[in-house]
Design a binder for this molecule. Structure first.
Ligand SMILES: *Cc1c(COP(=O)(O)O)cnc(C)c1O
Length: 431
């Protein structure tokens, strides 16, 4: 049997492989799961998540550190639970994520709260449960947090998110560390902000943080950001404000299409060398990885509904769409698309599109595939920023999710029904 051109097993993410022409995850055939649970269907490998986490744990072994999974990448409870049980803290960006984190069994002291627009209500709830740190992004937010904490007779643990003004060399929508970006406090205002925070009765300065972007595939932006952060720590401490932890954010990329990001352990070996060389080896290190923990651990299974060949373009219409997998429509992102069951013979070039009424509803362009209606495909590297960004546009229920562990698959989210979608709505009274 000739494998589909351009797709060899070696380009599949770890823990995914063809066996006798059938795509497997760990010890489970994905066709069997599609048959049993229907499509669209997200399937995650537990081993893939834990092995991605282990690379960070190896890189930071022997150091005082806390890995805080940035849960917006994928906030499904069982995913959080898996990472939390393996020792992760969580980085949250909303009150909703805080409730999910608690429901997944997190120790609140291992929660850090990022984001530019925290409301008083969210701050109050986070203080009430006792989270580990607020990553504050503006002077105005610092003052509101001070007021809220004082009102509760507490001191809020804070870190100031600084904007190191380094170019992460990634897509403009996912680059966050440049000057003209809405995130963080500008380099030149950082010391004054720390002096101010240290003087607030409702705040307790515990750290400094940055997050320079996402899908970063080089080490240099991290090394540059570390230098700038350490320069700042020197100045802030010289001004009399001690900094207990340094949080270097997340952003490490994954392989979507031959991308070659540094491995988390080798990246951290280099970063720790710099940290030691500059005399900061004793500090507690926090990191906030999202995509790199879950992105390559998940796939989205979809069924081919119709073949629609045309004069200039051939369309493959599938049952997953931009509401399930928003990254191509949002960032022109690339995901590999492969058959669950390899067919011998010639391939045709297809645009893989969903049923949603938008021209932006495509999953992949110009893909060489040999398929028929009724076949199943896997959209690869769909573990991050897919389900957590999924919507109900076109009143499409959100997909079901399964977690595979060895030979066993567990349903971790049931498929959403139409009734689930309009449960909170009311009709007007009839006259
Ligand atoms: C989104 C986000 C992360 C995680 O980014 P990844 O690219 O998924 O690793 C970390 N920290 C903050 C503040 C974020 O907003």
């Amino acid at each position: 049997m000739a494998p589909t051109p351009g797709i060899s097993s070696s380009t599949l993410p770890p823990f995914f492989a063809y066996q006798d022409g059938q795509l497997m995850v760990e010890g489970v055939s994905l066709s069997t799961l599609a048959q049993q649970h229907g499509t669209p269907l997200f399937v995650y490998s537990r081993a893939a998540m834990l092995s991605a986490l282990a690379a960070y744990q190896r890189g930071l072994a022997g150091r005082d550190h806390q890995i805080c999974y940035a849960m917006k990448a994928n906030s499904t409870l069982a995913i959080l639970q898996t990472l939390v049980q393996a020792g992760c803290g969580l980085d949250i960006v909303s009150g909703g994520e805080l409730e999910r984190a608690l429901a997944a069994g997190i120790d609140p002291a291992k929660v850090i709260f990022s984001g530019v627009g925290k409301t008083r209500r969210e701050m109050r709830r986070a203080l009430e449960v006792g989270i580990g740190c607020f990553n504050v992004e503006s002077r105005a937010e610092l003052d509101v947090l001070d007021e809220v904490a004082q009102g509760m007779g507490l001191r809020a643990p804070v870190s100031v998110r600084v904007n190191p003004n380094v170019d992460a060399k990634t897509h403009p929508y996912i680059s966050t560390g440049l000057k003209d970006n809405k995130f963080g406090i500008a380099h030149e205002d950082v010391v004054a902000t720390y002096r101010h925070a240290a003087a607030c009765g409702g705040l307790r300065v515990v750290g400094i943080d940055c997050h320079i972007g996402s899908q970063i595939t080089e080490a240099d932006p991290y090394l540059d950001a570390m230098d700038r952060i350490l320069d700042l720590v020197e100045t802030i401490e010289a001004a009399g404000v001690p900094i207990a932890h340094i949080d270097f954010g997340g952003g490490l990329g994954i392989d979507y299409r031959g991308d070659t990001p540094p491995a988390a352990d080798t990246l951290w070996q280099r970063l720790l060398q710099k940290l030691d060389a500059r005399g900061f080896g004793d500090r507690k290190i926090l990191i906030e990885p999202g995509r790199s923990l879950v992105g390559n651990a998940g796939v989205c299974l979809t069924e081919v509904i119709y073949l629609k060949p045309g004069e200039h373009k051939n369309f493959l219409i599938v049952d997953a769409a931009m509401n399930d997998l928003p990254r191509p429509a949002m960032y022109q992102a690339f995901h590999q698309i492969v058959p669950l069951s390899q067919r011998p013979g010639e391939t045709t070039t297809w645009d893989v599109v969903g049923p949603v009424c938008e021209s932006g509803d495509w999953l992949g362009r110009d893909r060489a595939l040999n398929v028929q209606a009724g076949d199943w495909l896997a959209v690869l590297s769909a573990g991050a920023y897919c389900m957590s960004m999924a919507s109900n546009y076109n009143t499409r229920g959100r997909a079901a999710e399964l977690l595979v562990d060895g030979d066993a698959a567990t349903l971790i989210r049931a498929r959403e029904t139409a009734e689930d979608q309009f449960r909170l709505e009311t009709l007007l009274p009839t006259l």
